[in-house]
Write a protein that binds this ligand. Structure first.
Ligand SMILES: [Zn+2]
Length: 60
């Protein structure tokens, strides 16, 4: 199978496994982290901020 790597918008690492939302890529690791990250977690606002970039790009 051919592997495509994408730059994850959360960690900025090149990854081949993950999900694409609106042409933006989130790697498997970050997706898992986001799923289990509690809203009280200090990283949560960072994830939201990165995700907002997706929506902003989508609406641009
Ligand atoms: Zn990532």
């Amino acid at each position: 199978m051919e592997k495509h790597s994408h730059c994850c918008i959360i960690c900025n690492e090149e990854r081949s496994i993950g999900i694409a939302i609106c042409n933006q890529f989130i790697c498997d690791g970050c997706e898992q982290e986001m799923v289990k990250t509690d809203a009280q977690d200090e990283r949560y606002p960072y994830y939201i901020k990165q995700l907002k970039r997706i929506w902003l790009k989508k609406n641009a």
